[in-house]
Design a protein around this ligand. Sequence first.
Ligand code: HAM
Length: 403
Amino acid sequence: MISPLRGMKDLTFDESQRFEYIIETASTIARRYGYGYIETPILEETALFKRSVGESSDIVGKEMYQFIDKGENDVCMRPEGTAGVVRAFISAKLDRQPNKQKFYYYGPMFRYEKPQKGRLREFHQFGCESFGEASVYEDFTIISMMAQIFDALGIKYELIINSLGCSECMPPYRENLVNFLTDIQKELCEDCNRRIVTNPIRVLDCKNGKCQSHLNLSPKLIDNLCEGCDDDFKELTRMLETAGIAYRIDTNLVRGLDYYNKSAFEFVSSEIGAQSSIAGGGRYDKLVEFLDGKPTPAVGFALGIERIMELVKMPEEQPEGYYMGAMTPEAIPTILTLATRKRLTDKVTIEYTSKGFKSHMKGVDKANPKYAVLIGEDELANGTVWVKDIETKEERVVKVEEL
Ligand code: HAM
């Protein structure tokens, strides 16, 4: 028997219902905020991710599903959605248009990580990317949209925010940080030591407890933001407070992808174990330019569908449509024809075997319809059907064509 690959999963019926419900809920809300659907390829040139997510990130450095295809191209299964959407935005020359553009997407992402609860090698994201809006109010709007999606799904969360500054305040801070880290180098783990050289900001979110105890005293970017970044961050917190969206500032929230600047945010849940991040995002004002597009400010997020499937409260199933059955084999063609007609507008569960009344009623219990429709010998002879309204228990006999 052939099993799925490690870290990859089939979605069986109960799970796929949750999956669809999350996508439908998030898409509906995204459309209300002016986002339109975009679909980009799963396979892209490896260079796209190296240049956007960053060579020093774990995602690119350790976790890419990368290979040389039959045409000798260096390609990669996308580890995340933003890079592809930005590439598509530039490919379609949308960066040359004056209007703002907003896209939502969902689909599989691939990271060759060590599988564990909540961490898969093939997982799914729902994401939104907004291009052309530099105002911090767009950051707020995106965060409030995320909060609305989680509220609609019945999920409790904690919102964590930080500012990663800009090209004015980040470089002097980074230098400051490297000096601090070099002084405590001996106390830090191997990964941190490597990152002091490759990506010092990532040292801040090391999960090693000993490292963290030394990092408590590190200089904080939030205390060293330039005036523009500081004003924007304060405005973001003020807006969140006005909107009643609770947040916590975590100066160590740096995100695992290199393209961010200014606002960075993460939604976490305490109910799903160690892999607690259910959504993440932030501003990435330089990425379009960096991938050879026209300078375009941008901000976006993605949520992890599998992690959210663990938490979502599904609405109770309401009775729907019809259950149809025959009590004599001769009535089956009539039932099938009737079902095809009703399926133009309604859900119909149909039983192909002719059975007795009691047997059909067991089927009705399972199908949870609004109406049970049966045809026995008498109904067949008279061109009628027996209909029962399950909620009111009212029974009637009507002409087939009147149903
Ligand atoms: P990310 O934080 O890497 O951000 O991923 C977003 C979400 O995907 C995470 O919060 C988590 O729920 C889910 N996720 C990540 N890795 C795994 C995994 N191995 N197994 C299961 N779920 C996972 C991004 O990908 C950015 N592109 C978000 C973004 C969009 N920023 C701006 N625009």
